[in-house]
Design a binder for this molecule. Structure first.
Ligand SMILES: [Zn+2]
Length: 383
């Protein structure tokens, strides 16, 4: 099956090209060009599916490193719920997802990791699981249950890695806790991206975690020390370390646009926009569960019913792109890079995901002039 999209305004980390086309065979982009070159490809395969983009923006598929659910459900329970939530995000341009699990008892987490492992082995659009907990700092737990936080030890780490069967992509932990730095090293050695987050770590403690293998900051500015001129904290440590990328929730609530602009300027090419989306995404205001905690969503803002901490977002990646351009004022190339090539690089997948180029996965999003999603393809198939 050949897929052709032509007449597009290509937008990816390599820049903008007008009257762009690509052709894909099976799940890969096999050729790109400008103008009428696509016609020769179409002539050689009369069964090709051809789309005229009519000058619309065409970007790589969005890659969400951190999201919990949508459509009224989440990634913590069963396969049906996972599929329902994924469908919401795929319709908004997210073609590859890392499925985040909130803190739960270790046995429950192991069960969820097993379900996600089965799905990840069957569905290439599911990149694996993200454990947000249970090795988090109580002082910065945000919307995680204090009673379920545990110290990292080798036995628990081994249990979680075994349950995930090679599909644990990311873990958020607080490196300053007992066993924290050893956990950074153990997960890194197992090929898991380690993120510093839900942490009270100082500048120096964050640097120590990076030196032991951590390469990511979980939702920068949220649930970790901010920037103080005498206590620069983990964010400034990450700004200064080329090995480290910072997640950012750009929903206009978690981080002010002016501060987001500062982060993009301080760590060029190292900001990954995420959703951190919870069940209410695409489902409306009301009462929801986040792991074992009750959440109330009002005007699209999710907060713990008890205490009022922000409890994830109701963001989708296309809205994050619009916010990056409209609220932060970023160049569209910089904005789209933070949703595509940068998260691909964090996962070590930037040779096959994150660009509209030959050899890359046939994942693409067609958007109108205002960045509203018109059509999504993943692995060469229209979603
Ligand atoms: Zn989260």
């Amino acid at each position: 099956m050949t897929l052709i999209v032509h007449g597009a305004r290509k937008l990816d980390a390599d820049g903008i090209i007008d009257d762009f086309w690509f052709a894909a065979s099976a799940d890969r982009i096999t050729a790109t060009g400008t103008g009428d070159g696509w016609r020769a490809v179409a002539a050689s395969d009369p069964s090709a599916a051809v789309t005229d983009a009519a000058g619309g923006w065409l970007t790589p598929g969005f890659i969400d490193l951190h999201g919990h659910g949508g459509g009224g459900t989440d990634f913590d329970h069963d396969l049906d719920g996972i599929r329902t939530a994924l469908a919401v995000h795929r319709a908004h341009g997210t073609t590859r997802s890392v499925l985040s699990l909130v803190t739960n008892p270790v046995d429950t987490l192991a069960g969820s990791l097993g379900i996600i492992a089965d799905l990840a082995h069957a569905d290439p659009l599911v990149l694996g699981a993200h454990l947000e907990g249970p090795f988090l700092a109580d002082s910065h737990r945000g919307a995680h249950n204090a009673e379920l936080l545990v110290e990292a030890d080798a036995a628990v780490i081994a249990t979680l890695l075994a349950a995930a069967r090679g599909t644990l992509r990311q873990i958020t932990l607080a490196p300053e806790l007992p066993g924290g730095l050893d956990a950074v090293e153990a997960f890194s050695a197992a090929g898991v991206v380690v993120a510093v987050g839900h942490t009270a770590a100082s500048f120096e403690q964050a640097q120590a975690a990076f030196d032991r293998g951590a390469t990511l900051i979980t939702h920068a500015f949220n649930a970790l020390p901010g920037i103080h001129h005498r206590q620069p904290g983990p964010i400034v440590a990450a700004f200064g370390d080329e090995r480290v990328t910072l997640e950012l929730i750009l929903d206009g609530v978690h981080v002010r646009p002016e501060v987001a602009a500062l982060a993009f300027a301080a760590a060029p090419g190292r900001i990954a926009l995420i959703t951190d989306a919870m069940a209410a995404t695409g489902a409306g205001d009301g009462h929801y569960e986040l792991g074992s905690l009750d959440v109330t969503v009002t005007d699209g803002v999710a907060r713990l019913t008890s205490g009022g901490s922000i409890a994830g977002s109701t963001l989708t990646m296309d809205v994050a792109l619009r916010n990056a351009v409209d609220l932060v004022g970023l160049d569209p190339v910089v904005a789209v890079t933070a949703l595509t090539l940068t998260p691909a690089r964090v996962l070590g997948l930037d040779s096959e995901l994150g660009l509209l180029a030959e050899g890359y996965a046939a994942d693409a999003v067609l958007l109108d002039a205002d960045f509203a999603v018109q059509q999504v393809w993943a692995n060469g198939v229209a979603l």
